[in-house]
Design a protein around this ligand. Structure first.
Ligand code: ASP
Length: 356
């Protein structure tokens, strides 16, 4: 058992206390989306229904979709690498009829290059856009951005909201929403009686932090959780505590064999190399869990294998990219596509509050 409560090298950001994100309570309009703590089960259902409706409408080439965010502008502020979150948000906004702006040569060549602080960069975006998608390496950065944006919104004519696209090693709320939607969609539109196993870097992986918290909404009678990781990469104790307080059944182990054959959902993750201060520590555990066809063969025939992506060695696909992908249990491409439906639903709700 790892005695540490939080990952090393993470200075506590005062804005985590100073800014309290609003609860959704059935109404998304004009609310910053910072943490999954804002959502209740009924809010997830609203989003899932909207995502299903949007998916159908895209399928039928429904032109009305482009009216949902017509005239709205999204600013893309990515201080960290991104493929899916960035592109799916941009695609979502465009499919809804909105426009996207970003610093021409990336945020590193905005005034950030001259030493501008996050609060000022975010407020600049807030003067021009209706919604800002922010990804930043520092834990609590989205709380800080929301705090200063609220102050700005009192002074300007056109208020804006922030949506977190990944908050250091903290949370990745929209990834968890799309992950929950994927489970719901592929498991008969229900999250009942599922054993869900999260594997890999549970300490530094922000997607699993958000996902574990959302799964707690479905209660111990419906969902049981297994966490598989090397002992140095266990789920932060604060999240374990929160899950325990909700009475969730949690099983922590470093032995995949104990849980793999009983799991309905297997959520594989990348060891987050960029969060390690010590290269030797990363090298020592980076290959502890590798998903290969023989490992996948030990799972239930109707299990699903998820991954937030990007994947590296942990998927055992270095020499042959199709080796796992062709198995019907591998659903990470569906997951990736669902990211756009969920983000479209979220943008439409936050910007217009519309029924879709
Ligand atoms: N894309 C996800 C994230 O930004 C997962 C990962 O990077 O491993 O957190």
């Amino acid at each position: 058992m790892n005695g540490d409560t939080e990952p090393k090298g993470t200075p506590t950001n005062p804005y985590l206390q100073r800014y309290v994100p609003p609860k959704i309570e059935g109404n998304f309009t004009g609310k910053h989306i910072i943490t999954v703590d804002q959502f209740e089960r009924k809010d997830l259902q609203i989003l899932f229904d909207a995502a299903i409706s949007i998916r159908k409408r895209i399928h039928h080439a429904d032109r009305g979709l482009t009216e949902l965010c017509a005239g709205k502008i999204m600013a893309s502020l990515f201080f960290e690498a991104s493929t899916r979150t960035d592109m799916s948000f941009q695609a979502s906004m465009r499919r809804l009829g909105g426009e996207v702006i970003a610093a021409s040569n990336g945020v590193q060549f905005s005034s950030v290059y001259k030493g501008e602080n996050l609060a000022d960069t975010v407020r600049a975006a807030g003067c021009y856009a209706d919604v800002i998608v922010l990804r930043h390496p520092q834990l609590g950065s989205s709380y800080e951005a929301a705090y200063y944006l609220d102050k700005l919104n009192k002074r300007i004519k056109n208020p804006s909201v922030i949506i977190s696209g990944g908050d250091g090693i903290g949370e990745h709320p929209t990834q968890a929403l799309l992950d929950m939607f994927t489970i719901y969609d592929l498991k008969n539109r229900s999250l009942d009686n599922l054993t869900i196993t999260l594997v890999g870097d549970l300490r530094n992986g922000r997607t699993v932090h958000s996902l574990a918290k959302l799964l707690a909404h479905y209660g111990p009678q419906n969902v049981s959780l297994s966490f598989v990781s090397p002992s140095t990469l266990q789920m932060p104790r604060a999240i374990i505590q929160m899950l325990n307080d909700k009475g969730m059944t949690i099983y922590e182990t470093a032995d995949l064999n104990e849980v793999l054959p009983h799991s309905d959902v297997i959520y594989w993750t990348r060891v987050q190399e960029e969060r390690f201060e010590d290269a030797a520590a990363y090298e020592a555990i980076k290959d502890d869990f590798i998903m290969t066809p023989p490992v996948l063969a030990r799972t239930k025939s109707d299990a699903i294998l998820m991954h937030p992506l990007p994947r590296k060695n942990e998927m055992g696909t270095r020499d042959d990219h199709d080796i796992l992908d062709e198995d019907p249990r591998a659903v990470y491409f569906e997951q990736m596509e669902n990211g756009m439906f969920i983000r479209m639903a979220l943008l439409a709700k936050v910007l217009r509050g519309v029924y879709v």
